[in-house]
Write a protein of this length. Structure first.
Length: 590
């Protein structure tokens, strides 16, 4: 079916209904594809946002847990200092007890042990114990009078605010480079504790943990003020903008997320009065997921599949059109229009259907005319039909009367006997199709009757091909032609009246020819007779038998068969009947 389809598509090109169907199906499928894509995209964005928030929260909590771990150590130092009675004793002493025997024997081991634990930490750089009474600062690095530490920003803040607890970022005053997170507590009213965490180490670890996400990290104090910013260096950090966005977090929530300007801000609140905010570019989170690529590739694959499906369905639908067009090609005739260049399959089929309807209408009209002619023929037959039993009984009565009064051997008896046999064959044969041998038999008897009547006026030559004797013929077609010859070809003065009956097979046809040497037919009369034969109607005239035979042959075998007549005045007439050579089927009785 591929070649006929391609031939039709080449013929009609883009005017073909194939492409119209294809466009319609493809449009419907594309609408479905767009709806599917919109729904999938909406679901994908919803799912992605959910996953992004979950992932950003996870990153923020992971980073926060790390800072909380550091703050846990800081809190441990505070709790150790606040609970140690020896440190309280140390801070409550007036003056500097370092040189006293009590310090050397009792306090120094405690202080040493305290600062030794601090020195083991990976994150804690400095610890300061300040005594208000002695105005002395004890440290794991450098100890001295408090006046020496007055320039330290963590101490300045205490002097200015008197806060009992605070956190702040601090710079090393000597170098101005190292940055610390200073966590400060007031120890009752006797002293002050400051623990400094190395922010560089925290920053390095946070960057290492989040390097694949290029995340920035903010540490906020209990007042939601920024203590420290860890920048990935991949973008310019705008702390003011970050502050405005961070201000939008829900104050009661332990975790929260805000999407803004292509970044995802994830908040995690700590038990140490700190808040951690992780800022991650959304594209970094998207890049970590292969879903986007899979969806795009899947959508492209679906689109290709829809195009192929639309083509396949169209081709299946189109096959019925191809089959219908093939039927018209098989018939051998196609309807054409005024502008075939603009045709497509629909116009081709509709025009051919109209042509078929028109042809059927013509056939119907022809059948109507033939039916009318058949009815006319039947009318003529009915007019001449006599009940067979009445004829037989009458002829037997006449024959018996003649034989009783005139004897058995006379012409009257012969003619009555021939007529009786002729009518027996004619009227007792129910079928209108008979073998040629039977048709010849009662034609012979008819001519015997005529020769008795006209005292052997006619010399009849019978030339019958034996091959034709069992072929079919329409009943009673030879007798009317002979009757026309007897009644119209000769007059009473005619001499040497010859009639030649010839039956032979010519190809696939049987041709019966009746030729006489009679008066012939005038040209005008002959032409009128031929016209009447073409009209398929039986006119009431002297040639009714000839027209009847012609019509019955055509009704039985088709319009290509029938009667032809040739005649010249003074030369005689030839009547030729043509029928298909069809053998009779023998019927054997049981």
């Amino acid at each position: 079916m591929i070649k006929p389809t391609l031939d039709i598509l080449r013929k009609y090109k883009f005017k073909s209904v194939f492409f119209r169907y294809f466009r319609m199906l493809l449009t419907v499928m594309l609408i479905f594809f767009l709806v599917y894509t919109v729904i999938l995209s909406a679901y994908y964005h919803y799912s992605q946002n959910r996953d992004l928030k979950f992932l950003s929260r996870e990153i923020s909590m992971k980073s926060g847990n790390y800072v909380d771990h550091v703050m846990g150590e800081v809190l441990g130092i505070y709790e150790s200092a606040a609970s140690s009675e020896y440190i309280n004793l140390l801070l409550s002493k007036e003056g500097i007890p370092i040189s006293s025997s009590e310090y050397q024997s009792t306090l120094h081991p405690v202080v040493y042990t305290f600062f030794s634990q601090v020195n083991k930490s990976d994150w804690i750089a400095n610890v300061y114990l300040c005594s208000f009474k002695s105005q002395y600062v004890y440290s794991n690095t450098v100890s001295g009078k408090m006046e020496v530490f007055e320039d330290r920003d963590w101490l300045k803040r205490y002097r200015q605010t008197g806060e009992t607890f605070y956190m702040m970022s601090s710079l090393e005053p000597m170098t101005g480079k190292e940055e610390y997170l200073s966590v400060c507590w007031k120890l009752d009213n006797i002293g002050f504790l400051c623990v400094q965490v190395e922010l560089d180490r925290i920053e390095d670890e946070l960057l290492r943990m989040n390097q694949q996400y290029q995340a920035d990290f903010y540490i906020l104090d209990q007042n939601q003020e920024m203590l420290y910013t860890v920048s990935s260096g991949q973008r310019e950090t705008d702390e003011e903008e970050a502050k405005r966005i961070i201000a939008g977090f829900c104050p009661e929530a332990d975790t929260d997320e805000i999407q803004k300007n292509g970044f995802l801000y994830a908040l995690t609140r700590s038990e140490y009065d700190l808040s951690y905010v992780t800022v991650i570019p959304e594209k970094q989170l998207m890049d970590t997921k292969g879903i986007g690529t899979v969806i795009v590739l899947g959508a492209a694959g679906l689109l290709i599949a829809l195009v192929i499906l639309a083509f396949y369905v169209t081709e299946k639908i189109y096959q019925s059109i191809v089959e219908i067009i093939a039927l018209f090609h098989v018939q051998g005739s196609e309807a054409s229009g005024p502008d075939q260049d603009n045709w497509n399959e629909t116009l081709f089929i509709s025009n051919n259907i109209m042509r078929i309807i028109k042809d059927y209408s013509a056939v119907e009209q022809q059948l109507t005319r033939e039916l009318k002619s058949l009815q006319q023929a039947r009318k003529v037959a009915l007019q001449t039909q006599i009940n067979p039993h009445f004829i037989f009984n009458t002829l037997q009565a006449v024959n018996l009367f003649v034989m009783n009064h005139m004897g058995k051997d006379n012409e009257a008896v012969r003619i009555i006997t021939l007529l009786s046999e002729f009518l027996r064959i004619t009227l007792n044969t129910k079928d209108h199709i008979v073998p040629i041998s039977l048709e010849v038999e009662y034609a012979r008897k008819y001519m015997e009757i005529q020769n008795i009547k006209y005292e052997n006026m006619f010399h009849v030559v019978w030339e019958v091909d034996p091959q034709t004797e069992n072929l079919k013929t329409v009943k009673m077609i030879l007798q009317p032609i002979l009757e026309n010859a007897v009644n119209h070809a000769f007059d009473y003065n005619s001499q040497n009246c010859r009639i030649h009956v010839r039956i032979r097979k010519m190809g696939d046809d049987v041709v019966i020819t009746v030729t006489d040497n009679g008066l012939g037919i005038e040209g005008v009369v002959l032409e009128r007779l031929r016209q009447q034969m073409q009209q398929d109607e039986i006119a009431e005239n002297q040639h009714i038998g000839l027209l009847n035979v012609h019509l019955r042959i055509r009704l039985t075998f088709g319009e290509k068969y029938g009667v032809q007549i040739f005649s010249k005045p003074g030369k005689g007439t030839k009547v030729q009947m043509r029928m298909p050579a069809i053998a009779m089927i023998s019927q054997k009785g049981g």
